[in-house]
Design a protein around this ligand. Structure first.
Ligand SMILES: [Zn+2]
Ligand SMILES: [Zn+2]
Length: 162
């Protein structure tokens, strides 16, 4: 049976046949802004298993400036209620869906924390899940090692009154 998800106002609804994972807490400072919390928890589904049911006209995307390499960090949200949503037109074979959108159990649990060196100073991870750094995440996803002189670039933080 399909698993349904929705935004806060209910204008945008979606369903997936199944989730495959991984299911990760990203602690990077962009995901923290998107979630408004210490981390954004997302789950991976196959694009072929995903359907946007209603509210496509409410979806709006924002591309943050590129920090490392394309593609940009893209946030899609409901224009009416601000809920973070998956992309309207996912172009890869999989997509990430914010786990909080689902209205019933998705059958899996979070498996790790990522970008942990960017976590907020007040954030204390309380569980025993693996904690991966950006180097470990890149290695896991692409098999590549980041160059030794790789510099971690944080999302730009505006400086007031300059
Ligand atoms: Zn909404
Ligand atoms: Zn992130």
């Amino acid at each position: 049976m399909a698993i349904r998800g929705s935004c806060l106002c209910g204008s945008v609804t979606l369903e997936v046949d199944r989730v495959i994972g991984p299911m990760e807490y990203c602690h990077c400072n962009r995901c923290r802004k998107v979630s408004g919390c210490g981390a954004l928890l997302t789950v991976v589904v196959r694009t072929a298993d995903y359907r946007l049911l209603t509210g496509r006209e409410y979806l709006q995307a924002y591309d943050a400036p590129i920090l490392y390499r394309p593609p940009a960090f893209r946030v899609t949200f409901c224009k009416q209620c601000g809920t973070t949503m998956p992309e309207a037109e996912p172009n890869g074979s999989t997509l990430e869906i914010p786990a909080g959108l689902f209205d019933s159990d998705i059958g899996i649990k979070p498996d790790k924390h990522i970008y942990v060196e960017l976590k907020a100073p007040w954030d204390a991870i309380q569980d025993a899940l693996p904690q991966l750094t950006i180097r470990e995440v890149v290695k896991l996803r692409t098999g590549e090692e980041l160059p030794p002189d790789f510099k971690l670039r944080r999302h730009a933080i505006p400086v007031a009154n300059q």
